[in-house]
Design a protein around this ligand. Structure first.
Ligand SMILES: Cc1cc2nc3c(=O)[nH]c(=O)nc-3n(C[C@H](O)[C@H](O)[C@H](O)COP(=O)(O)OP(=O)(O)OC[C@H]3O[C@@H](n4cnc5c(N)ncnc54)[C@H](O)[C@@H]3O)c2cc1C
Length: 641
């Protein structure tokens, strides 16, 4: 039975035929268990998705067409259809989510399903030198709810300074004080230690503490405080410090954008939601430069839908720039080179930030019982009862491990503001070897031979990982179309660790030093916590622990947390990098807005889902204002149940 238990959940595919891409005979023994789990969840749930396949009519007319149902697009579809006279169409390329997506524990396995576009970044020098195939995987949600149905549900808003800087860049209305009401508008918070004035109850999106904590996570949270990092509500007054993670969970299950914002309103007469509907072009009149509809494929046929008022592009940080370029909005040279008629020359996809990480900080402890034990937990019937009946226990843990976040300002930071972190430390109560290298090794693209050297010797021993996430990278990449065929993947150039001052690498090294310091605190020292000193293959020429060693290590097993932003950057007219104005309207094209993470102008001190919800909430008010339908503030539909 061993570690292949991980696949128990990956066989979610069996619930929807063809979902899982890498089916394998070894999965069969888990089939019955999963089916039972699925059946039970159906029985105990109030409702499940089942969006009617209500066909499509060519040339049907709507007031608004929303492309993409991620957190931003789902909010847009919901809020715009609050106006009964507005007809809204939401088009989503992916399928409905299976109920299996509700189990937080299986998040990682969902990357191996058709709910993931399956992108990879281009191979480049300077990072990921030791990754399988030499490149990064860039999973991206392709399912109703977008990324929120495959992500790890870590809920972070970001730092006040992030948003104040957006405003200072010439984006009025986007300072922290301006956007806080929109964070609050969505929220239904159930957090034990929270700064009250920064949270509320009653919104569509449930946020809660994770109802399971391992002893090792508790030890780490104590140790961080002993090392001088105060316990904080990182979504509250101050972000610098340590905290148990807050997750987008409802009763211990995933609360996706689909569950929060679409399911409760899917029967509105003026809202039509079509899944498996892939937009291939935004229709823009080349003379008037007005967007007037979209062309999409569904059931192997092409269709057209017309928008009387606006097209809202919410296809996410990678697909929104792709669609704009396919529709003639992008860098002139690039479009001409591909034979795409240029509607508007704009720097689409020219800048792309992401949050890099590094999977090489391993900590050994002398008591394996404090570390998450996958086999023991997943073979224990109580684990299933806890989850199914009580919404508690192991299966509620985000992406399998219980986590804590610590925001630190390392001594590599040159930022003048003392309260602005440059690193987030993600503490996971296990390691890439917790599942014997089956899922998370593949997610972080670590080759088997490297796994065998670094992780395998510690299987069934106490091993913990801390992932440092570089929150304000100086390096940035870009996106190019491969061709004008909408079904070809774009080319993604991540350019990680490429800034001329090598500041990004120096920040990672400083983060490792801080981790070393924290684990020396009494609460971790009592478990003999110490860095694993096995040299990472490819870095043997450096003495372990030197700056040069860590630089090599970071460049060898580089990873990412999939937070691509700025590909359709928001900025004032004088900003040469701007694609949309501060009201998210595409420059030079009428009736077209971009509303998703791609408009975020600078990387945030956050994971990007919560900012995406906020962007959707704010944008829907901007649209209502523009069309004279702004609702009085504070009026909000509560989610049912
Ligand atoms: C594996 C993974 C883990 C993550 N973990 C976290 C986390 O723990 N916490 C966090 O805050 N963030 C996390 N993120 C990031 C987060 O999920 C994204 O930033 C967020 O979902 C982006 O929201 P969005 O609205 O911009 O678009 P997306 O969520 O990307 O949604 C865009 C939608 O548009 C659809 N679409 C794209 N092209 C077309 C087209 N041509 N026609 C029709 N539909 C189209 C897509 O299928 C998708 O459903 C994670 C992301 C991934 C991939």
């Amino acid at each position: 039975m061993d570690s292949k238990i991980v696949y128990l959940f990956a066989v979610a595919s069996l619930v929807k035929p063809g979902l899982f891409q890498n089916n394998s005979e070894t999965l069969d023994i888990y089939k019955t268990a999963v089916e039972n789990l699925h059946r039970h969840m159906r029985l105990t749930a109030n409702y499940y998705t089942d969006y009617p396949d209500n066909g499509q009519e060519t040339n049907a007319t709507y007031d608004f067409i929303v492309i993409g149902s991620g957190p931003s697009g789902s909010v847009m579809a919901n809020r715009l259809s609050e106006i009964p006279r507005w007809k809204v169409l939401l088009l989503e390329a992916g399928d409905e989510p299976s109920v299996i997506t509700e189990i937080p524990f299986v998040s990682g396995a969902l990357q191996f399903t058709n709910y993931n576009w399956g992108y990879k970044a281009e191979k480049q020098e300077g990072f990921c030198r030791g990754c399988s195939g030499g490149s990064l995987k860039w999973p991206h949600g392709k399912v109703l709810g977008g990324g929120t149905n495959i992500n790890y549900m870590i809920q972070v808003r970001g730092n006040r300074i992030d948003y104040d800087r957006w405003a200072a860049m010439g984006n009025p209305g986007w300072s922290f004080d301006d956007v806080l009401p929109y964070f609050l508008k969505s929220e239904d918070a159930h957090i034990e230690k929270q700064d009250e004035e920064y949270h509320r109850r009653g919104g569509y999106l449930s946020v809660s503490d994770v109802p399971v904590r391992t002893e090792s996570v508790r030890a780490f949270v104590e140790a961080a405080q002993e090392a001088g990092h105060p316990y904080v509500d990182y979504n509250g007054k101050s972000q610098l410090g340590v905290s148990y993670v807050q997750g987008t969970l409802r009763n211990g299950r995933r609360c996706s954008a689909e569950k929060a914002f679409l399911r409760p309103v899917r029967s509105r007469k003026n809202l039509r939601i079509l899944t498996k509907a892939r937009v291939v072009q935004i229709l823009i009149n080349p003379d008037t430069k007005e967007a007037y509809g979209v062309r999409y494929t569904r059931n192997k046929k092409y269709h057209t839908a017309i928008a009387r008022k606006e097209v809202i592009l919410s296809a996410g940080g990678l697909n929104s720039p792709q669609l704009l370029m396919l529709s003639g909005v992008g860098p002139r040279d690039h479009l001409e080179e591909l034979g795409i008629p240029v509607v508007k020359d704009l720097p689409v996809g020219q800048k792309m930030y992401d949050h890099a990480t590094f999977s090489g900080v391993l900590i050994q402890v002398n008591d394996s019982s404090i570390v998450f034990n996958q086999e023991q937990e997943t073979l224990n019937p109580q684990t299933y009862i806890d989850f199914l009946v009580n919404g508690k226990g192991t299966f509620t843990s985000l992406g399998k491990y219980t986590k804590a976040l610590t925001y630190i300002k390392t001594n590599a930071s040159t930022d003048p503001d003392p309260s602005y972190p440059d690193i987030e430390l993600i503490y996971v109560g296990g390691s890439l070897n917790t599942d014997k290298g089956l899922i998370y090794r593949r997610i972080f693209n670590v080759p088997q031979d490297m796994y065998d050297v670094i992780w395998k010797p510690f299987e069934n021993k106490g091993l913990i990982q801390i992932f440092p996430m570089l929150v304000h990278p100086r390096s940035y990449g870009y996106i190019r179309l491969k061709s004008k065929n909408p079904f070809h993947w774009p080319r993604f150039y991540a350019n990680f660790l490429s800034d001329p001052e090598n500041h990004d690498v120096k920040t990672f090294v400083a983060a490792v030093r801080e981790i070393e310091r924290i684990i020396q605190s009494p609460s971790m020292r009592k478990y003999g916590a110490a860095l694993v000193r096995t040299q990472i293959p490819g870095c043997e020429q450096y003495d372990f622990g030197t700056d040069a060693y860590w630089e090599c290590a970071v460049r060898t097993i580089t990873g990412t947390f999939y937070h691509q932003v700025a590909t359709c950057k928001m900025g004032p007219p004088e900003d040469p990098e701007a694609v949309v104005d501060p009201k998210l309207r595409v420059y030079g094209v009428k009736n077209l807005r971009v509303v998703d993470t791609s408009v975020i102008p600078l990387p945030v001190t956050a994971h990007t889902t919560e900012p995406a919800y906020m962007v959707g909430e704010k944008a829907s008010d901007l649209v209502k204002e523009f069309w004279g339908k702004k609702r009085p503030s504070g009026r909000d539909e509560r989610r049912p149940g």
